[in-house]
Design a protein around this ligand. Structure first.
Ligand code: C2E
Ligand code: CA
Ligand code: CA
Length: 667
């Protein structure tokens, strides 16, 4: 349906009112004109009849002159009658009150007086009547013409019309103006205010007089108030982290973008601090998520209280926080904030009767030096944060380009590793372990290699620690276990059937609850005593009891265990007592300096202790005959090292084995 505006509607109503009013006015005017006419007619009629009566009575032949004064007086005193003519029966003018019109009666058609009642006086110019005279007894007739003052009559009517019209127009204008003003003030203006209010919802209009409009205004006001509240809630939900009340990632990005554009103009610097709580996962795992949430809320408060009002504090992930410090001039102010945070965190907190000490690692980037946009700034701060974790937690680190290169390299290696496992580019190399007394290869250690089609052979020193950091060592370790077991299976019923194969298992692999199952599965079809597991002391550093349990389980499978790199860690003798090791591997660093008396006595001592504990000893990294001589003297059982061979691909190792073991030489 087509709609019309209130203005148009009002205009139409006014037009209708105006038309109706005009019609009524016309009717009224017409009626009053008629009344006026009638009154005039009666007046004229009386006047003319009086004239006729008087003339009938007094007019004698040749006495016109005596009546001149009377006739002139009538014409002069009567505003309607303009002129009176007396004409004889030959139509000869005997007398005219106005000499100027003397001849005018010729050709003028006048109504007979008998028609005075029925005629429209405003249409008539003159009336005529006959006057009967007697010449003795003989009657004869004169005529009299009474001319009306047309101009006067017209002006009478005109005046009336003008008066009425004037009145009508002024009344109508006043009425329309009043109506317009009232509608405008009480309806149109409030409606417009309502429209603006509904559209912009800015200024709430004051109360209206019209009840219906007022109830709409009130409803709108209530709706907007509710909407505003909901909008605020939604805004908070979308910009704030509900747990901590800090800004979320989205609003952090927005704020940093704003700071970047501001800094581009003012050339101001700002710092971005990426904080990650140390060992928060442990708290969450051991005390539950609700408890973890309380800790996070506490940290949020600490962070807020450690910064200035215009600094930005946000939580962008589980235990990751970002603080932005605008308008930084030097590193001093950044360090002060870090100091305040670390100081506040150093106070132990008590939750549910448990005392906690929470620390965090912080990575710092500075705009524009360390990143041109949010992504770069956050990524680089994250890199710096990881570095500070590496440095031993509860630490901070500024981002540098070398750090970036380090991380890029790491990421490249991560990519290579993932591809290599999918595409079969990992290979196990085998390094012989030689019995020092018989010079026979009796065992070997499987050492992983990544043979990349582009980068060539990549040694484990380059990637094992990365695989341990990101847990890639778990799938990779599983592959190594299965591959080693397969190899042992292949060597069954070959000259290498008695060979013992060691694999290295890192600490991270121990965290995997499936490790035992995977090993159990892998050795199903082989002689388990042929498989040896090399562990370093660092593996046992944390969760000692749990790991000891797993180690005992390994033993139940019939595997043997070697303590790798012995002498480099804590080398606690208590480990040796508690853990059912079969072999001790003396670290290469002691073999390197065997001519050194101190190292000689150390190796000697290890061999003696091992002998006491019934453990075998393998010396690692033997590169020359002298070293081997020493070891032989010390009654060390086995050696491993370049002196015999580097780690080799399986076929080369098999060849070496055959060649080496068939030649029994004196060393
Ligand atoms: P590791 O277990 O101590 O392995 C011995 C390392 O010493 C090997 O280095 C070996 O090539 C090297 N080596 C042996 N004899 C000599 C020698 O006479 N002179 C010199 N200069 N080096 C010698 P590689 O293969 O580079 O492995 C380095 C480390 O990477 C290993 O130390 C081990 O910790 C780790 N790794 C290697 N393969 C694996 C694996 O399959 N799993 C796990 N978890 N770690 C592995
Ligand atoms: Ca090893
Ligand atoms: Ca070793």
């Amino acid at each position: 349906m087509k709609t019309i505006s209130i203005k148009l509607f009002t205009a139409i109503v006014m037009l209708l009112l105006f038309t109706g009013g005009s019609y009524l006015f016309y009717k009224f005017f017409d009626d009053s004109k008629e009344v006026t006419e009638r009154l005039l007619e009666e007046n004229i009629q009386v006047n003319i009849l009086n004239i006729k009566y008087f003339l009938d009575k007094n007019l004698q032949k040749n006495s016109i002159n005596q009546l001149k004064a009377y006739l002139d007086n009538i014409v002069n005193s009567n505003t309607v009658i303009n002129d009176i003519h007396i004409i004889d029966n030959q139509r000869k003018l005997l007398y005219a009150t106005d000499r100027d019109t003397l001849l005018e009666h010729e050709g003028v058609h006048c109504s007979a007086i008998s028609k005075i009642i029925s005629s429209d006086i405003f249409e008539q110019q003159c009336y005529t009547f006959s006057i009967k005279l007697f010449d003795g007894l003989k009657p004869y007739y004169y005529s009299s013409i009474v001319y009306l003052d047309k101009d006067y009559l017209d002006s009478l009517l005109k005046d009336k019309i003008i008066k009425y019209l004037g009145l009508f127009i002024s009344y109508t204008i006043i009425f329309i103006l009043l109506l317009w003003f009232t509608i405008r003030k009480f309806i149109i203006a409030p409606l417009e205010e309502l429209r603006q209010f509904a559209y912009y919802s800015e200024k709430t209009p004051r109360q209206f007089l019209i009840q219906e409009l007022e109830s709409i205004r009130y409803s709108l006001e209530l709706t907007f108030r509710r909407l505003k509240k909901e909008q605020e809630e939604l805004f908070n939900l979308s910009t704030k982290d509900p747990l901590s009340g800090l800004y979320n990632r989205l609003s952090l990005i927005e704020k940093i973008n704003w700071l970047i554009s501001r800094s581009q103009r003012s050339h101001a610097k700002f710092a971005l601090l990426f904080l990650d709580l140390d060992n928060f996962k442990n708290i969450n795992d051991s005390r539950g998520h609700e408890f973890g949430d309380k800790v996070l809320q506490h940290i949020s408060k600490v962070l807020l209280s450690s910064v200035r009002d215009n600094d930005i504090v946000s939580r962008i992930g589980g235990d990751e926080f970002v603080i932005v410090l605008p308008d930084i001039t030097d590193n001093k102010s950044i360090l002060e904030v870090i100091k305040r945070i670390q100081h506040s965190l150093s106070m132990p907190v008590v939750f549910d009767n448990y005392k906690y000490h929470i620390t965090c690692s912080i990575g710092i980037t500075i705009y524009p030096k360390d990143g041109k946009n949010v992504t770069e700034l956050l990524k680089n701060a994250d890199i710096a944060m990881y570095k500070s974790k590496e440095l031993g937690k509860n630490n901070f680190h500024f981002f540098t380009e070398t750090l970036n290169d380090e991380i890029q390299e790491k990421m490249n290696i991560q990519r290579l590793m993932i591809n290599a496992l999918e595409e079969g580019n990992f290979k196990l190399f085998y390094q012989p372990k030689v019995d020092i007394q018989t010079n026979q290869i009796v065992a070997c250690e499987a050492l992983i290699r990544l043979i990349d089609p582009i980068h060539g052979l990549i040694s484990p020193d380059k990637f094992i620690h990365i695989a341990e950091e990101n847990n890639f060592i778990i799938p990779l370790g599983n592959w190594i276990i299965e591959e080693a077991a397969k190899q042992l299976k292949l060597w069954e019923n070959t000259p290498l059937q008695d060979i013992k194969l060691s694999i290295n298992v890192s600490g991270v692999q121990f965290k995997n609850k499936n490790l035992f199952k995977i090993i159990e599965n892998a050795i199903k079809n082989i002689d388990p005593s042929k498989l040896d597991i090399e562990l370093t002391e660092s593996v046992l550093m944390s969760d000692f009891d749990a790991k000891l349990k797993v180690i005992h389980q390994f033993k139940t499978l019939g595997l043997s265990l070697s303590l790798d790199d012995f002498g480099t860690g804590y080398s606690s003798l208590s480990y040796l007592k508690q853990i059912p090791f079969d072999t001790l591997k003396i670290d290469k660093s002691f073999i390197d300096d065997l001519e050194n008396k101190q190292d000689q006595s150390f190796v000697n001592m290890i061999v003696t202790i091992a002998d006491e504990l019934g453990l075998e000893v393998v010396a690692e990294g033997v590169e020359n005959r002298e070293q081997l001589e020493y070891l032989k003297k010390m009654k060390c059982e086995q050696y491993q090292g370049y002196y015999c061979s580097k780690p080799l691909p399986v076929q080369e190792f098999e060849t070496l084995f055959r060649v080496h073991n068939s030649i029994i030489t004196e060393i």
